[in-house]
Design a protein around this ligand. Sequence first.
Ligand code: E4P
Length: 218
Amino acid sequence: MKFFVDTADVAEIRDLAATGLLDGVTTNPSLIMKAGRPFRDVVAEICDIVPGPVSAEVVALDAAGMVAEGRSLGAIAANVVIKLPLTLDGLKACKALTGEGFKTNVTLCFSAVQALLAAKAGATFISPFIGRLDDIGLDGMALIREIRTIYDNYPALETEILAASIRTSNHVKEAALAGADVATVPPAVLKGLVAHPLTDKGIQAFMADWAKTGQTIL
Ligand code: E4P
């Protein structure tokens, strides 16, 4: 499973990239607002730090506007992925931009049939939002499983499932079990994946016993 980080905070991205565990980045207009910096500068900086796919989202609502914005964002760096909303205009823009050789991420997916349409439009990634479905009492992970089954039924569909709106370590585990190709994870959740109280306890016990040996390794 590939790990993307879901943030536009360049310092966080730099920090996580240093672990060697980061395969890409996703941003959205709300994350750009939180970063409080010019959109294009942020995208360019992220693309310099992370060689993998970096999603940058259009804000036009009509297909022609999305295509124009997509071309402009795609010109920032070769690893920009143009993020488009799951509407008819978004799918039309996806088809057009894919045809021009751009990579695309169709976002705000909340149903399996939406994901089927995005794949037919040639999306590189489909982003089902797990957490936001859970928030309204539905089962976000069931959506990942449904999309996995549908895509596997039609091997000609090459779209990757990018599990989004992830809130917990358990979401990451369940998305991996369900066969998502990618998880985009907030920085705090990504860092939390490594933590286990028994790991910490084990290190403490080993260090205490090692100290009793009076030895050094170097
Ligand atoms: C995905 O690309 C989105 O940026 C993101 O995962 C949305 O997550 P949220 O529901 O926590 O805002």
